[in-house]
Design a binder for this molecule. Structure first.
Ligand code: ADP
Ligand code: MG
Length: 320
């Protein structure tokens, strides 16, 4: 690493205002040294964004900084974890100070918002690629796994489905209108990790996952690991007005069922705990919507308002 890259780290990357008491050594030494609170377990996850695969060339660096951290935080949310520390690997074609400044602006706004401290990372030259590793704490007895759903459990999602997918579709078609579609674009570029929801749900949910690849695909992981199946009632799916309009005009549910990047949570609860969930919903920012039920029969079935089975697509797979 050359001198200018050292000052890039000192002057532009190590800028976060969050300073946690559980960090003994942060950025600047060979390793970070971190202290896990007594009685907690460490939850760790890593996500990578690659130019040309996860985002197109020229996308706003501020939004990339936000999104790189948001997708990692979303994994913590899905486990009911409390975020604490992040490490960041930045591979860039050149040491572009303005780009790094913008990227870190997006990154630190979100990290400060959740009390996350950036404690280390790596900076190298190469095709643009961003990896964030996130560390959080869970109570060992209260971890939301993908494998705990049981027949009879009710299936819920946070927030709304399909906004990010619609924004992407409009963007790719060159039909994105920055004034009309501002909310949709915000959902694609600045997803909100459902940390608060995840932490509150940890004592209630039998299983959970975050929606990165679409509802059918991601709920598919829950039912597969829980060795059961599910039925979704399509008319219950929470969609914003733009997505709803698109669905009713195209008469296909793919936007809500199989478009990715929403970063909402999908979770299951025992039917007898529905009242507790409704009490919880009243104090959360995002709505919690009941969309279906876990069943013994494997696979995911979708039914329309008349109770008739509807054929649907599955989620996105990078290697398909
Ligand atoms: P080393 O050569 O020992 O691996 P580096 O010279 O790569 O260390 O990094 C110096 C310090 O800066 C380390 O503490 C490292 O964690 C931190 N660092 C490097 N790149 C980043 C980055 N992109 N984000 C956060 N911290 C970084
Ligand atoms: Mg070293």
């Amino acid at each position: 690493m050359n001198l200018s890259e050292f000052s890039l780290i000192d002057d532009y990357i190590a800028i976060s205002t969050t300073s946690r008491p559980d960090v003994s050594v942060g950025i600047g030494d060979d390793c970070a040294v971190l202290n896990i609170p007594r009685g907690k377990s460490l939850a760790v996850s890593m996500d990578t964004l690659v130019e040309g695969r996860h985002f197109i060339e020229g996308v706003s660096a501020v939004s990339l900084g936000h999104k790189a951290l948001a997708v990692s935080l979303s994994d913590l949310a899905a486990m009911g974890a409390e975020p604490a520390w992040a490490t960041l690997s930045l591979t860039m074609p050149e040491a572009d100070v303005q780009w790094v400044q913008d990227f870190m602006q997006g990154f630190s706004a979100l990290s400060d918002c959740f009390g996350v401290q950036l404690v280390g990372g790596d900076t190298t030259r190469g095709p643009l690629s961003i990896s964030v590793q996130i560390h959080g704490f869970v109570d060992p007895g209260q971890i939301m796994r993908r494998n705990g759903a049981r027949p009879g459990d009710l299936i819920y999602v946070t927030g709304s489905l399909g906004d990010a997918g619609l924004a992407l579709r409009l963007q790719q078609a060159g039909e994105l209108d920055l004034v009309h579609h501002q909310r949709l674009l915000q959902r694609l570029d600045y997803p909100t990790p459902r940390i608060l929801e995840g932490r509150r749900l940890a004592s209630l949910a039998t299983a959970a996952i975050d929606l990165s690849d679409g509802l059918i695909g991601d709920l598919g992981h829950i039912v597969q690991q829980s060795r059961c199946g599910a039925t979704i009632e399509l008319q219950r799916l929470p969609c914003g007005p733009a997505v709803e309009m698109e669905i009713s005009s195209s008469n296909e549910w793919n936007l809500a069922l199989s478009s990715g990047d929403d970063y909402e949570l999908c979770f299951t609860i025992p039917a007898e705990r529905q009242n507790e969930l409704q009490q919880l919903a009243a104090i959360l920012d995002s709505p919690l919507t009941h969309i279906g039920v876990i069943e013994q029969q494997a696979g995911i079935r979708c039914i329309n308002a008349e109770g008739v089975l509807v054929e649907v697509d599955s989620g996105y797979d990078h290697f398909r």
